[in-house]
Design a binder for this molecule. Structure first.
Ligand code: DX5
Ligand code: ZN
Length: 225
């Protein structure tokens, strides 16, 4: 499955509802929502009250990226706020297996995120609990950082390991520094869910989305026929 998941961390919060409506009008199906606690990630963003509020006027698939210590504490609250998919960091969970199970039991899709330096080994024994793996392609915390080139090889290796273990259906999401210049490399390496913050919300949002969707669509057609 191929999707663009625009990250609202780079949106204009003064008119967040309108920007979400624009994403829908431009054909997006997903939206990426970064929750940061000022501990796991150096910055603080937004949490349940904001998610609850935007849920009321949006039919987008809410792709929630928890950059929070022990995110297992918020599984139920996130479900009630309107999350469709919850991604937790392997580095932030003492009991990763338990937290992933709890996400599915609560009725959401479950995903695990890996920081750039975290070995792929960290998720080897939880493949069966996953709908998606989020590979960070910058260090968590801020929009507008540069893509870390070594991540291309890591994505390729992750895709290979999932496929060899029989988990072809587990998608790889990439997050950080993805723009028109780096998009080809991540698609080529095996990513299919593409997060983009500044590359969507800076400048002409509609034109930016069109460019992403065209490239991703063409690539998906070539792959899926
Ligand atoms: C970074 C966040 C990203 C961020 C990406 O910690 O997880 O989702 O919004 O922003 P860009 O696409 O500008 O690198
Ligand atoms: Zn993110």
């Amino acid at each position: 499955m191929y999707e663009l998941s625009p990250s609202i961390l780079s949106a204009d919060f003064n008119c967040l509802g309108e920007q979400l409506a624009l994403l829908e009008r431009e054909g997006c199906r997903w939206v990426h929502i970064d929750v940061m606690d000022g501990m796991f990630a150096p910055s603080i963003s937004y949490g349940m009250p904001v998610i609850q509020s935007i849920r009321k006027n949006s039919r987008l698939f809410f792709d929630i990226h928890m950059m929070v210590e022990e995110p297992g504490r918020y599984v139920q609250a996130m479900k009630e706020s309107g999350a469709d998919l919850l991604t937790v960091h392997a580095e932030a969970c003492t009991h990763l297996d338990r937290t992933l199970s709890a996400i599915r039991e609560a009725g959401m899709k479950a995903a695990v995120a890996l920081n750039p330096a975290t070995p792929l080994e960290a998720i080897r024994y939880v493949y069966d609990k996953l709908d998606m793996v989020l590979q960070m392609t910058v260090n968590p915390g801020f929009g507008g950082q540069s893509y870390i080139p070594a991540m291309t090889e890591k994505i390729r290796e992750l895709r290979k390991r999932l496929d060899e273990a029989g988990y072809q259906k587990v998608d790889i999401e990439v997050d950080g520094g993805v723009n028109q210049k780096t998009l080809d490399a991540v698609l080529e390496a095996g990513a299919s869910i593409i997060v983009a913050g500044s590359a969507v919300f800076k400048g002409d949002i509609s034109a930016n989305i069109a460019r992403f969707r065209e490239k991703i669509g063409t690539y998906a057609q070539g792959k899926e026929g």
